[in-house]
Design a protein around this ligand. Structure first.
Ligand SMILES: *Cc1c(COP(=O)(O)O)cnc(C)c1O
Length: 423
């Protein structure tokens, strides 16, 4: 097979040479001539990695999303040619800033790296006037001698704090607006906001207003907060100086891509903290050319959708599943839309353990270990950290990442598992 392919390639190469194609056009001609291609190998099968049906949602540990066809095709085309990485980063940023109605944009290695690069940008801009260009190399190890304080609401502390701490920052926690106003010092670098935080008494508008009164920028982590599509510009228009989005969640771009959008001078500073520069905090956060292009294509794809169209499709899938559960004793279904993150219809399946002798976690396990393997939403069987109302007898289905036809498979499997456990 390989020999055959190589011989074919050489023959075509000679043919191209024989045709006397001038060197300037040769690379394009060769790329075209190298089709037809060998059949693609399924490396999940080769590696023995089980494929799953994602009835959970855009969870990182489940590889989040599947790229739509136009995005996959753009990725494939991008793989055919080397480019100058910096040129691609700059051009992608400029294009995205226009589409997303903001001053500047950068494709990051996921929302987590947008948080790190955003923090590094704020620290750089706060300290550049006194420190100069040496500031970039001081992040993170020398950051304690810089303006490195980040003000945050106590209820907004979360696991992604680590992405900011990677820059050598120090958190200053506040609970009330008065405390917030008094927390600004000559060490303050920026104020951070977690858009989907379950608590916190200071509103987005007040958060921005008070920071700006002190001349300090605000960053907002809205990683999982599209749809609605308009959230891609709502928060920058509201006044946040930087906003972070995950590329592989609702936008269905590459899982290792994300967006940092906002003020041009801060985006420029983020670029100076990013790869391909070797001695910068973002050096290990490289997004390959294929995924930069994939992220841009995913934004184009996402902007071609409508909130109403997506919601109707998700409700249709939920109905396909709930229709298959009709008549099982005590089973009731309804949809629920979480308020900020993952703001799409989820199917909640409730039942009475007096009629069905399984906990919801046992239902999840039966689906996980069945064929095909199905992963349901992690808030199944109650999870106090989730904003989805769930009891030990609630199965939660995130329908939005299902592939065509999988709604029926999930419904049929759920029916089997639940009906078999009826007492
Ligand atoms: C998912 C998530 C992130 C990280 O996003 P990645 O794109 O996986 O890096 C950061 N913050 C919040 C709130 C998230 O939900």
């Amino acid at each position: 097979m390989h020999n055959f392919t190589r011989r074919g390639f050489l023959a075509r190469l000679q043919a191209v040479a024989g045709l006397g194609i001038v060197s300037g056009t040769a690379p394009r001609a060769l790329a075209a001539a190298s089709t037809p291609q060998p059949p693609a190998e399924d490396y999940y099968d080769k590696l023995g990695v089980e494929k799953i049906i994602n009835a959970a949602g855009t969870y990182t540990f489940l590889t989040a999303s599947i790229m739509p066809v136009p995005v996959r095709r753009a990725v494939e085309l991008a793989a055919l040619h080397p480019v100058r990485l910096h040129d691609l980063q700059q051009a992608a940023g400029k294009y995205l800033a226009e589409k997303l109605q903001c001053e500047g944009a950068l494709v990051s290695a996921g929302a987590a790296s947008a948080l790190t690069l955003g923090a590094a940008a704020c620290v750089s801009v706060a300290n550049h006037p006194t420190v100069g260009d040496g500031v970039y190399e001081m992040i993170p190890v020398g950051a304690s001698s810089l303006k490195n304080e980040v003000i945050v609401q106590k209820a907004h502390r979360y696991e992604y704090d680590h992405a900011l701490l990677d820059c050598g920052i120090r958190f200053v926690e506040v609970e009330t607006a008065d405390e917030y106003d008094a927390a600004f010092t000559d060490k303050t670098a920026f104020a951070h906001f977690f858009n989907a935080a379950p608590g916190g008494s200071i509103s987005r508008e007040d958060w921005i207003r008070i920071a700006h009164k002190h001349g300090v920028p605000c960053m907002n982590d809205a990683a999982a907060d599209v749809p609605p599509i308009s959230n891609l510009w709502n928060y920058t228009k509201m006044g946040f100086d930087l906003v972070c989005f995950s590329g592989g969640k609702g936008m269905r771009g590459p899982q290792n891509a994300g967006l940092l959008v906002g003020r041009k001078d801060l985006i420029d500073a983020a670029v100076l903290n990013n790869n391909p520069i070797s001695d910068r905090v973002g050096r290990g956060m490289k997004v390959a050319k294929e995924q930069i292009v994939g992220m841009v294509a995913a934004v184009d794809w996402f902007l071609s959708q409508t909130d109403a169209g997506m919601e109707a499709e998700f409700n249709r899938r939920a109905k396909v599943i709930s229709d298959r559960l009709r008549g099982i004793p005590s089973v009731t279904t309804r949809t629920f839309v979480p308020p900020v993150a993952n703001h799409v219809p989820h199917l909640l399946i409730n039942y009475d353990p007096a009629h069905i002798k399984l906990t919801a976690k046992e239902v999840a396990e039966a689906l996980r270990t069945g064929k095909p393997a199905i992963e349901v939403n992690p808030s199944t069987g109650a999870d106090e950290r989730s904003q989805i109302p769930s009891t030990p007898y609630t199965v939660v289905i995130g329908v939005w990442m299902l592939q065509p036809g999988e709604d029926r498979i999930v419904g049929d499997r759920l029916r089997q598992v639940l009906a078999t456990a009826v007492t």
